[in-house]
Design a binder for this molecule. Structure first.
Ligand code: ZN
Ligand code: ZN
Length: 346
């Protein structure tokens, strides 16, 4: 089969490699669409500790079941599916509760296991046993199916935030995930939304994709003062950092309303992740500060039902569709901020 092989930083090559076979407990999926994630770009540019080259990366996958190994039930060839990225140990308390994304021993498709930038992907037996393969409703296209994974990650973060009718929601970062967060916040009842970024062009483009009440360029204006001014000095009820800049974690605390909820969604560089945190703000204002990492089956199902019911239009986040051969071009579009979701069609 044809696969895009990651060979090391800035090295990606289309090669013929053996097509995977479904052994006992395994499933092979014919990949119809695989979207480029921000972490795929990071891996491509500087490598990733879980990715040993040569490796096929890509984890935002939609496809058709092609081959089912011995002992696998409830899944048959020909079904359109997506699949949960995280593969837990299957034994610990978190895995038994269906939270394999936060299993201490979790691995992932497109990192430790080969991923979706190829014609076929093998789903390992550990993953299949964890019930990670999810059928796509007939009304959902493969491109939409490929953005279920990022939507599910945003949903996982928002489960902690308890967004209510009338909430004011701030998102830092005008990337695809930031816009998905805004869309979901509105679907959950937020009535006033704010997007903060340092790039005016990206802000203006974002407002063409999702409904945003206030665009704030934090390179030009103090975002804390702006949010305070726009909320009668009350601040925001919900703040989500969808970027890797640690200053935004500090700003988030300062613009939170009383009983505000903050999601530190974007991970920070591993050697630069210590922030200034005034815990008295959290204490006196009764703030909630949450993390979120990846997602598990319940969020995939919720994302699918939001798309299928039309509450979330996933298609508007897909700005580019490219064949596998153009994956490097796709990665560069993401790097230059010229794309939201780039979907590779192997
Ligand atoms: Zn992703
Ligand atoms: Zn586990």
């Amino acid at each position: 089969m044809k696969a895009a092989l990651f060979l090391g930083p800035e090295q990606m090559e289309i090669r013929e490699i053996p097509t995977p076979k479904a052994e006992k407990g395994e499933v092979v999926i014919k990949v119809k669409a695989c979207a480029i994630c921000g972490t795929d770009l990071r891996t491509y540019r500087s490598g990733h500790k879980k990715v040993k080259p040569p490796q096929v990366i890509g984890h935002e996958i939609a496809g058709i079941i092609c081959e089912v190994g011995e002992g696998v039930s409830n899944i048959s060839a020909g079904e359109p599916v997506t699949v949960v990225t995280s593969v837990g140990c299957g034994k610990c308390r978190l895995c038994r509760a269906g939270r394999e994304n936060i299993c201490a021993k979790a691995e992932a498709l497109g990192y430790f296991y080969p991923g979706g930038f190829a014609e076929y992907i093998k789903i390992p037996a550990e993953s299949v046993a964890q019930n990670t393969i999810i059928k796509l409703p007939a009304s959902i296209s493969f491109e939409e199916g490929a953005v279920v994974e990022p939507l599910s990650c945003a949903l996982n973060a928002q489960t902690f935030l308890n967004i209510q009718q009338g909430d004011r929601a701030v998102v830092f970062g005008a990337g695809p995930i930031g816009l998905m967060h805004l869309e979901l916040a509105r679907a959950k009842g937020a009535t006033e939304t704010f997007l903060i970024d340092i790039n005016s062009e990206r802000l203006a483009n974002s407002a063409r994709v999702v409904k945003i009440d206030h665009l704030i360029n934090s390179a030009e204006k103090d975002p804390v003062r702006e949010v305070m001014d726009l909320t009668n000095g009350e601040g925001a009820d919900v703040i989500i950092t969808a970027n890797p800049a640690k200053i935004t974690h500090e700003l988030a605390l300062k613009m939170a309303a009383i009983r505000g909820r903050i999601s530190l969604f974007g991970g920070l560089p591993k050697d630069d992740s210590v922030i200034n945190f005034d815990s008295n703000i959290v204490h006196y204002r009764e703030l909630g500060v949450f993390g979120a990492f990846a997602s598990a089956r319940p969020e995939y199902e919720e994302a699918l039902s939001l798309i299928a019911s039309g509450q979330v239009d996933a298609r508007k986040f897909v700005t580019h569709k490219l064949p596998l051969e153009k994956i490097t071009e796709g990665l560069n579009l993401v790097k230059e901020g010229k794309a939201l979701k780039v979907v590779i069609l192997p």
